[in-house]
Write a protein that binds this ligand. Structure first.
Ligand code: C5P
Length: 232
C-alpha cells in the first residue's frame, strides 16, 4: 500500500456516515472507523462500508490481557479490515498475541499499528499520574521500537514525529499521522499540526484527516485537495 489519505469518519450513526460517503462517486476514500461509530452501529457498519469498496482502518485501540486481545483481533481480522490498532502500553507480549490473533489461516492479515502515547497525555500527566519519568519524546520512540520489535507494521504518531520514527525503526515502518490541517484552515482542538504537503515532505505514510474534510462545505473538494497535496 502506498501513501494515502485516510478520512476519519467520526460520526455517530450509519445514516450520517452513508450520507457523507455517498458524496464520493469517483475515488472511494480509505476511511477510519473509530469507537463512536463502531459502538453505535456494531460490526455490521464495517461490513457495509467494506462492501461499498472502501479500505478501512478500524481504530479501536485494543489494550487488555494478551489472550483477550488475541481472540478479539481474530474477530476483527474476519471483518476484513485493512488496518487495526492497539496500545503499545499493553506490552510486547500483548502485541505479539495480537499479531497471532490477526493472522488468518492463509497467512494474510490486516496491518497492525500501535498507539504510543496519546497526544492528549501531556508531560505532566506522564510524570505525575503515570509515574513515567523519562521525557515524552523518549517514551514515544521507545514504545515505537517495542512495537517494531514485536513485529508490528507501524505507529500512529504526530507528523512532527514521523522522521524520528523512521530513522529509529526504519523507512518501512509505517507512520500514520493525524493532526493535519490546510494552511488556510481552522486548527480546532488540535495543537501541533502540519499541512498535507508538509506531512508528505517529512515522510508520513498515511495522513488521517477528519474535520477539514467532514466539516467542509464541499467535502469531496477538500478530500481531493488532500490527495493532490499528499499523494499526487
Ligand atoms: O478532525 P481531525 O482531523 O482532528 O480528526 C483526527 C482524527 O484522528 C480523529 O479521529 C482523532 O480521534 C484521531 N487522532 C488524533 N490524534 C491522535 C490519535 C488519533 O487526532 N494522536
Amino acid at each position: 500500500m502506498g501513501k494515502d489519505v485516510i478520512v476519519a469518519c467520526d460520526f455517530s450513526s450509519a445514516r450520517q456516515v452513508f450520507d457523507f460517503l455517498d458524496k464520493f462517486t469517483d475515488r472511494k476514500p480509505f476511511v477510519k472507523i473509530g469507537m463512536e461509530l463502531f459502538y453505535a452501529e456494531g460490526p455490521q457498519i464495517v461490513r457495509e462500508i467494506k462492501k461499498r469498496g472502501h479500505r478501512i482502518f478500524l481504530d479501536l485501540k485494543l489494550h487488555d490481557i494478551p489472550n483477550t486481545v488475541k481472540k478479539s483481533m481474530a474477530v476483527l481480522s474476519n471483518l476484513d479490515v485493512d488496518i487495526c490498532n492497539l496500545h503499545a502500553a499493553g506490552t510486547a507480549r500483548m502485541m505479539s498475541a495480537a499479531l497471532e490473533g490477526l493472522t488468518r489461516p492463509d497467512g494474510t492479515r490486516p496491518l497492525l499499528i500501535a498507539v504510543t502515547q496519546l497526544t492528549s497525555t501531556d508531560s505532566e500527566a506522564l510524570e505525575n499520574e503515570l509515574l513515567i519519568k523519562e521525557p515524552m519524546a523518549d517514551v514515544v520512540m521507545h514504545y515505537a521500537e517495542n512495537a517494531k520489535n514485536a513485529g508490528l507494521d507501524g505507529v500512529v504518531c504526530s507528523p512532527l514525529e514521523a522522521q524520528a520514527v523512521h530513522s529509529r525503526c526504519g523507512k518501512g515502518f509505517l507512520t500514520v499521522t493525524p493532526g493535519v490541517r490546510f494552511a488556510d484552515g481552522d486548527i480546532g482542538d488540535q495543537k501541533r499540526v502540519m499541512t498535507p504537503a508538509e506531512a508528505k515532505k517529512v515522510g508520513s505514510d498515511y495522513i488521517v484527516v477528519g474535520r477539514p474534510i467532514t466539516a467542509a462545505d464541499d467535502p469531496v473538494a477538500a478530500y481531493n485537495r488532500c490527495i493532490e497535496e499528499f499523494v499526487d
